[in-house]
Write a protein that binds this ligand. Structure first.
Ligand SMILES: Cc1ncc(COP(=O)(O)O)c(C=O)c1O
Length: 430
């Protein structure tokens, strides 16, 4: 594993940030790209290797974002790059919903094996997480012939109209885009009792509900791990009323939490699993994996020109092999080391109100010291910016959390470096 991180000691910051070339690109980019993009800091990346990124000015950063939990095998893992080369010299595209090619079939077989449950399954391929959620939403309605769905406050499921309707993370994401898809009701995350007590009592009959959409660990909402019984209780409600249990593993899946799918931590078998992000190490690919008897829509009812692209499928097959060989275990191991280190930082810095997560899906919550844990979004922002200037790439999530979602190839030494930089930054902020 170490060979993908080679011998450069990161971070290595040689210019002011942003450097002269980065400044030029930021200025050019701002003139021509959508103002809806949320650039967190002026990082202009030239190349990546393992958990390291070099910017256009020759500065090296330690990457604890992984392209927002995407580059699971690290940047440009040689085996993934080789698989992409091989496939791209043979076939670039054939539209997998209209024709057959081996990579799509092989990946579908593999996905049915690595997702929870030994029952027969079928796979529909997409290009993104949002499209996977769209597909799951449509399939749930189609299969059950029911219209209502239940989702959770704080959830992020994507930004296309259906996925956005399931999303309840930040008002900016929904503001101005209504009316959204009707039939979605949000309840507090972690509160399975609200479904029978409130929803089925006051708002809708259970036989109108097609599905419950849930993130095993809430991602953009703040890397929130739910109460221990939450998923089992949800699943029991689903079984009682013939409702589909749909898990969104777009951010939490593909080994990130130390299991292939995060829902495995709770031993629950979903009816539909939504995957994307880490599935192909950076190539655009998503999928839903459903019980075979649930995926009963007929030819032509749903399709995608690019979904299941052969190059992306080849990258995914190699990604899964690497995850199974060593990277899921590495995520669990280094994750435990990181969480212990973050807890040690919490003991020294009252600005950290909470440390949470599983594997390499970790977050620290910044709070106002002495305030009984009032959120401190400004402190979270300051921590991210301070770490950037020291060469550690972090991102926020939720109201005032900072997430750590590095590539699953990170070493213990890189984790130590990250902890040292976070500690130094917190000390400077005090
Ligand atoms: C849990 C979850 N679902 C869905 C999505 C949407 O994925 P995409 O941005 O690929 O459309 C995201 C993206 O952050 C996510 O975290």
């Amino acid at each position: 594993m170490l060979d993908v991180n080679h011998e450069i000691t990161v971070p290595r910051i040689r210019t002011e940030l942003p450097g002269p070339l980065a400044r030029q690109f930021v200025a050019r980019d701002e003139r021509v790209t959508s103002p809806s993009y949320t650039r967190v800091y002026p990082l202009v990346v030239a190349r990546g290797q393992g958990a390291m990124l070099e910017d256009v000015d020759g500065n090296w950063f330690l990457d604890f974002n992984a392209g927002i939990a995407v580059c699971s095998t690290g940047h440009c893992h040689p085996r993934v790059v080789e698989a992409i080369h091989r496939q791209s010299s043979q076939l670039l595209h054939m539209s997998g919903t209209d024709f057959y090619y081996p990579a799509e079939c092989e990946l579908a077989e593999k996905l049915t094996q690595i997702t929870p449950g030994t029952f027969p399954k079928k796979v529909f391929f997409t290009n993104s997480g949002a499209e996977a959620l769209e597909a799951a939403f449509k399939l749930a309605r189609f299969h059950t012939r029911r219209q209502q769905v239940i989702a959770f406050l704080g959830a992020f499921h994507g930004r296309t109209m259906g996925a956005l309707s399931l999303t309840a993370s930040k008002v900016t994401q929904r503001h101005g885009f209504g009316p959204l898809v009707p039939g979605v009701t949000h309840i507090p995350y972690g509160d399975s009792a609200a479904i029978e007590k409130t929803l089925f009592n006051r708002l809708m009959a259970p036989d109108e509900v097609a599905a419950i959409f849930v993130e095993p660990i809430q991602g953009e909402g703040g890397y929130i791990v739910p109460p221990p019984e939450f998923h089992r209780e949800l699943k029991a409600i689903c079984e009682k009323y013939g409702i589909l249990y749909v898990v969104d593993e777009v951010q939490s899946g593909m080994g990130r939490t130390g299991r292939m799918c995060a829902i495995e931590h709770w031993g629950v078998e979903p009816d539909i699993v939504c995957l994307a992000k880490g599935i192909a190490s950076g190539l655009p690919l998503g999928a839903i994996v459903a019980r075979a008897d649930v995926m009963d829509w007929p030819p032509g009812s749903h399709a995608s020109t690019f979904g299941g692209n052969p190059v992306a499928c080849a990258a995914a097959l190699e990604t899964i092999a690497l995850l199974q060989e060593e990277l899921i275990a590495n995520a669990a191991r280094v994750g435990e080391f990181l969480i212990a280190g973050l807890k040690a930082l919490q003991a020294r810095h009252p600005a950290i109100g909470d440390v949470r997560g599983k594997g390499l899906m970790l977050a620290i919550e910044l709070v106002q010291p002495g305030s009984d844990k009032l959120p401190a979004p400004d402190a979270a922002e300051r921590l991210v910016q301070t770490c950037f200037h020291k060469g550690l790439l972090l991102l926020r999530c939720g109201a005032s959390a900072v997430r750590l979602c590095p590539p699953l190839v990170i070493t213990r030494e890189q984790a130590e470096t990250a902890l040292a930089i976070i500690g130094e930054s917190l000390a400077e902020m005090e």
